[in-house]
Structures are given as structure tokens and as C-alpha cells.
Design a protein around this ligand. Structure first.
Ligand code: OSB
Ligand code: MG
Length: 360
């Protein structure tokens, strides 16, 4: 049986980016159940199409009207991928279903998911992504994060909130590993500001321009020395290849839920590393379910930079999974159980549930 549950879990603190402020994580969870197991996946969509064009409503439309008929619990993820190609786009919807198949398959084989994803290091290097707030407040968060052992600090920037913040961080914390994520907040008219940001020795600037503007990123890359990281622009294997061949990218932030799942992620990782492009695994404030997929992938040896895979407690007072992630020495290990290794706290989940029901 395939069912879904949409939950709304309040964030400990509002998460502000250039595209808006999130107060809750509104996650759609897919559950597959048979006599021998329960398997899960989480879509990276949210209530509104602010990060990409998909949201929780296009997700239901595409799953119910198109993907559901392609899906079978007996499919290999790669086979599902092939069949799903006839539906254009909607890689967040495809990604959720594809990842569900990875969990089903790993559970059938009786092994943790990370062991199916190529060579695993057994841990993920972890950085923190800090939402926009006052400079003073961000200073406190950075200080705490460094004490906790995070291996990279990422701040969010936008037009009108960038140089002053970065200067304050460099003055106070010196040469820490620092990056800035604009979430498409600038345009080609902003190269003057982006050149000022170039002075702060960032390990990369993430998604400065609109996601469609691959050429703009290639032009910017020639103008600044700061490496360019793409997040929203990388929607598929094809868009990754395109960005790499155009010379638009030095670093790719992979979110498996954004690129159509784990197989596409692995393909992008291999292509990118072959061509000298660095890789890290991002996040979308996922519950323990999506987080476990991300951390399993982030432990792959092709991932060579710290990602946005914080412990659950960074975002939620309580999560819907019984198992949670802990960080030690700036690293998080994948869970030891079969598949993604989490079980659901159904009682707590029911207090957060907005809607739910059967899909198949
Ligand atoms: O751009 O990486 C992003 C959160 C929601 C949507 C987009 C992004 C983010 C983050 C936080 O930066 C990543 C995380 O810690 O889950
Ligand atoms: Mg980003």
C-alpha cells in the first residue's frame, strides 16, 4: 500500500532567505507498506513555488495523475527513472518516488541505504546554513556553530544584505570556512555588488543569479575569483552537464530530491568530479526521512565538501522520526538500520498532520 501524509512542523526559528521566510516545514511524506516492511520518502517541495517551480500541489498532481501508474514497488529505481522520463520535468515529484524505491530495495536486501550508493566513507562532513536575521544575531549563531564543530558556515545574502554582514563575520571570526547563498537574489545588473562580495575570500558563492541564467553564471565566473556554486540551476543530469560544459560552475550543491533522486545524483557526482567540479549535498529543512537520504548520499566518497546536513535538532524541537542524527567532530554517520534506518513516531506525526490518505 502506498500512502501519503502532509505534516507541518514548526521550525525552532524562522528561516529567512532571499525568496522568503519559512516558519514551518510543510513536508509530504510517502509511505509504502507490505507484510515485510515499511519504507519512506520525503518530497523536497513546500507550500509555495519559491525555490523552484514545483510545490506540494504540483507534487500531488504529478504523482496522482502521472507517476502513480508508472510506480511499482517491484521496480528497480533505475527502471522507474527510465519510465518516468516520458513525463517532462517535475524532478522533485520523481525524486520522492525514486527514493522510496531505494528504501524499499535496500530494506529487501537487509542493508543500510548508504551501502548501495557506491563507496561510503561512513560519515558526512557537516556545515551549517544560517537564515538571515540581524547581524548581531547571526554573530551569535556563528559563534555557537563553530563551538559545535560545524565544518563550514554558510550565510544567506540578498540585495541590500551582503557586504556588511560578510565584513562583520571576517572581522570577528577571521579566516573561517565561509560561503554565502543568494538563492537567485541577484541579476546580471548586480555584478558591481558581486565584485565587492568577491573581496571576502568565500569558499564559493551559491546560486547568485536566476536558475535559468546559466550563461550569466558563466559570465560572472570570468569576472570574479570566488568559485561559483549552483543549487537551484541543477535540476537534472542534463542541466548539470550543460552548466559544466558552459563553464558556469565550480561547485554543485546536490539535493537528491531536486534532481529526480539518488541515481541522477550519483550520475551528476561522477560527471562533475571527472571534470574537476566539487560536490556537496544540500538540504531543504527536511524531516528525519529526507535528512537520512541526504546523509546517506553525503557519505559517498565522491562528495568532497561539507554539506547542509545538520542534526534534526538544529531545526525542530521534535521530529517525526524516532531515530535522529547527532553530530560529532563536525561529522554525522548514516543510521545503522536497514534502508534509511528511521521509524516514524506516528503519535507525534498525527499531531502535525494536515492531510493524509491512500495513493495506491
Ligand atoms: O538554498 O540551500 C538552500 C533551505 C530551504 C531551501 C533552500 C535552501 C535551504 C538551506 C538550508 O540553505 C539547508 C538545510 O540545512 O536543510
Ligand atoms: Mg542554496
Amino acid at each position: 500500500m502506498l500512502s501519503y501524509s502532509k505534516i507541518s512542523n514548526p521550525l525552532l526559528k524562522p528561516f529567512k532567505t532571499s525568496f522568503g521566510t519559512q516558519l514551518t516545514r510543510d513536508a509530504v511524506i510517502l509511505t509504502y507498506m507490505d507484510e515485510s516492511m515499511e519504507a519512506y520518502a520525503e518530497a523536497v517541495t513546500d507550500e509555495a513555488p519559491l525555490y523552484g517551480y514545483e510545490d506540494n500541489y504540483t507534487l500531488f498532481h504529478v504523482i496522482n495523475n502521472h507517476l502513480k501508474t508508472i510506480f511499482s514497488p517491484d521496480l528497480e529505481p533505475e527502471k522507474f527513472n527510465e519510465k518516468a522520463k516520458e513525463i517532462r520535468g517535475h524532478n522533485m515529484a520523481k525524486g520522492a518516488m525514486e527514493m522510496l524505491l531505494w528504501d524499499i530495495n535496500a530494506k529487501r536486501e537487509g542493508k543500510p541505504l548508504h551501502k548501495f550508493l557506491g563507496k561510503s566513507k561512513g560519515y558526512a562532513d557537516v556545515g551549517i546554513s544560517i537564515g538571515m536575521s540581524s547581524i548581531d544575531d547571526e554573530m551569535r549563531t556563528i559563534e555557537e556553530s563553530l563551538k559545535k564543530g560545524y565544518r563550514r558556515i554558510k550565510v544567506k545574502i540578498e540585495r541590500g544584505f551582503n557586504v556588511e554582514l560578510l565584513r562583520a563575520i571576517r572581522n570577528r571570526f577571521g579566516d573561517i570556512p565561509l560561503s554565502a547563498d543568494a538563492n537567485q537574489g541577484f541579476t546580471r545588473d548586480d555584478f558591481k555588488i558581486l565584485k565587492k562580495i568577491d573581496e571576502f575570500n568565500l569558499i564559493y558563492i551559491e546560486q547568485p543569479l536566476p536558475l535559468e541564467d546559466i550563461n550569466g553564471h558563466a559570465l560572472l565566473r570570468k569576472e570574479i575569483k570566488t568559485p561559483i556554486c549552483l543549487d537551484e540551476s541543477i535540476e537534472s543530469v542534463e542541466s548539470a552537464t550543460n552548466a559544466i560544459e558552459r563553464g558556469a560552475v565550480d561547485v554543485i550543491n546536490i539535493k537528491p530530491g531536486r534532481v529526480g533522486g539518488l541515481q541522477n545524483s550519483l550520475d551528476i557526482m561522477e560527471k562533475a568530479r571527472e571534470r574537476g567540479v566539487n560536490i556537496w549535498i544540500g538540504g531543504m529543512l527536511e524531516t528525519g526521512i529526507g535528512r537520512s537520504f541526504n546523509i546517506s548520499l553525503a557519505s559517498n566518497s565522491l562528495v568532497n565538501m561539507p554539506g547542509d546536513t545538520s542534526p534534526n535538532s538544529r531545526y525542530f524541537k521534535k521530529d517525526i522520526t524516532n531515530e535522529t542524527f547527532e553530530m560529532k567532530d563536525g561529522r554525522i554517520a548514516p543510521l545503522k538500520g536497514n534502508g534509511i534506518g528511521v521509524t516514524l513516531d506516528y503519535r507525534f506525526l498525527s499531531t502535525l498532520q494536515v492531510e493524509g490518505g491512500r495513493l495506491l
